[in-house]
Write a new protein. Structure first.
Length: 207
């Protein structure tokens, strides 16, 4: 078979898409034909070169896609980082602006005061509150205690009744800055607080 025909077949031979008979025929011819051997080597080098270029092109495309993906990820991460920082700043601002509210919420306190006149001395007097005539522990965070706040080292008697007049907290003597527990009182229930003492002005903290 002529070299021209063999050389036309060589690309198919290299790609291994020829029949076994054709393959054997090409190989037999190449064994005895230096020109076709040289042409085969040249074609193989071209195939390797094309393959390498394709691999490089694929690698370049893969690298570009990876860089593009990383760029998008950086943008997304930056966006959420900014959102997180702004959220923390907002929360911090709200906490600072509402620290008083938060303190009052977690550490509730009811303050009240009363003045006993000379004519009322040593008689039971009902304490009044900002919300009305009754003491109401309306928060879970109340410790349920009463503190006698007094700068004159005076003693006062205190007792607590329910709205039906039943004694819930028996009479206690409270010195200045002394406190007593009111654990017996139920949450969201109204109670009457009564005191008895000498003439003067008295202050109490219900916590």
């Amino acid at each position: 078979m002529s070299c021209n025909i063999i050389q036309d077949i060589l690309p198919l031979y290299i790609d291994d898409v020829v029949s076994d008979d054709t393959k054997k025929m090409v190989e037999d011819h190449i064994k005895h034909c230096p020109n076709c051997q040289k042409e085969l080597e040249t074609l193989k080098k071209e195939v390797i070169l094309v393959t390498n270029e394709k691999i490089q092109a694929d690698d370049k495309k893969l690298l570009q896609n990876l860089q593009k993906k990383l760029k998008h990820q950086k943008i997304i991460i930056s966006f959420f980082t900014v959102i997180a920082v702004l959220s923390l700043l907002f929360i911090g601002t709200m906490v600072v602006e509402n620290v008083g509210f938060l303190y009052d919420f977690f550490y509730p306190r009811i303050d009240t005061q009363t003045k006993i006149e000379q004519s009322e001395a040593d008689q039971w007097q009902q304490l009044k509150f900002d919300t009305g005539d009754y003491l109401i522990f309306d928060s879970l965070f109340f410790k349920k205690e009463v503190v006698h706040v007094d700068n004159y080292e005076r003693t006062i008697l205190l007792r607590i009744k329910d709205t039906a007049g039943n004694i819930i907290i028996k009479t206690h003597k409270l010195d200045s800055a002394q406190s007593i527990s009111l654990k017996k009182l139920k949450r969201n229930q109204p109670y009457i607080v009564e005191i008895k003492g000498k003439k003067g002005e008295y202050f109490f903290n219900f916590i």
